[in-house]
Design a protein around this ligand. Sequence first.
Ligand code: PLP
Length: 493
Amino acid sequence: MDGCTDAVARAWSAEEFGAAAGEWQRLLTEHLREVMAGRTKVLNWSDPQQSAQAAAAWLEHPLAAGPDGVAGGMRQLLQQMLSAGQNLHHPHYIGHQVPASSPLAGLLDGAAAITNQVMAVYEMGPWATAVEQALVSRLCGLTGWDPSTSSGILTHGGSLANLTALLTARNVALPQSWRDGVPAGTTMVANADVHYCITRAAGILGLGAAAVQKVPLDARRRMDVQRLDDVLIGLRRGNRPVIAVSACAGATPTGAIDDLSAVADVCRRHEVWMHVDAAHGGSLLFSRRYRDRLKGIAAADSVVWDAHKMLFVPALCTAVLYRRREVRFETFQQDAPYLFDPSAPGMADIDVGMRTVECTKRATGFGLWGLWALFGAELFEQLVDRMLQLTMRFRELLNSEADFEALHEPECNILAFRHLPAEVRLLSLAEQNRFQRELRTQLIREGSFYIVQTTLDGMAALRATVINPLTTEQDLRDLLTAVRQCGQRVWNL
Ligand SMILES: Cc1ncc(COP(=O)(O)O)c(C=O)c1O
């Protein structure tokens, strides 16, 4: 590397890379072995300000210039990273809807990052584009559509995916809106438990977050279909344009799945775009045992499906799927001649940048493609079945204990519950809520388990997402013991 400084030459040296990668492999393998066996903490909690200062301190003196060189510096950096993070691969990680991803999928993502495979136009990521097309086609097929008449893209997460699908819905419902903005009174209708990104999308799309009409839920926290009908009738009477109905297949608080067939009937009758946020629950379509829970999804106009949830690949990898192929260019009407060659119009379908928010887009599909290629679709079915069965077992365990209360029947792998020892039962709801929250904070900071919290109709609850193939029934029993012990400490404070 003639004329390069020493730092530049070393940062791009294949030999230095090989030596650093050796350290990387050794440390990561050891780390995974320890974490997966449960011999570490789950969350390495530390004060956020102190952590930021510690991270900044690493930027003071270039490690590669020191005696340990690049490989030694990489070792130190990795040791720091791995000792201060969230250990999702610990069997006691039963928290957010982010999985203990398959480390093998991470290897392919890592290869894509190292070779910086990106997308927007085919020629920047030919294999990444091919992989994306293959995956979209399979996922459309699982949704119940003919891949030759449906379409889709991969993008960076459920939030961006929902925004993209709803933008397409808006442009189809109101074709002038891309240029002129939306007329006053434009609205979107949604399940009252939709993820906040749906409301956020309404803000971004120019409707205003307050324009989202939330449909009340039934006893199973599914969108009440009669109320949906009523809301749509009211909006029509008021001459208010509706861009979409957003239903849930795996709502964030409890994993509830709307009656999609019934929602589809109502949407069809009102001629409204049916969107299904299946970010969480879409993966049930892999399971012969559980796919019926999403019956009716094939009638949706758009579906969002996170692979970085129950398909166990590293974040982020999300599909936006359209039932009708012809809507795929409605999302954007962007003119970018430097990217999209007018002399090759056939490339519009291949160049994914025409259909995604991103211009440069990380190749997000390699992890999913790799797991599928290595183990077949059966792997995803087995994972889904295991997560759901374990969650149902967890509910039985909770129900068999007098001081625990499961708050719903699980429809997928999410379960909200409360710990209510006799003395806490006597407290007001506000005090019971404080108890649940304090006990969770204490539990996760101690590092023995990681669960999250939610609030259902004003009631604070503990919330577990069984999203780790290493978690066993015994771990769930141990969770109850740990919650109890933690509850005692909080009570005695
Ligand atoms: C139902 C649902 N939709 C969308 C999202 C947002 O997805 P992401 O975190 O990938 O942006 C979530 C996140 O958990 C979710 O539960």
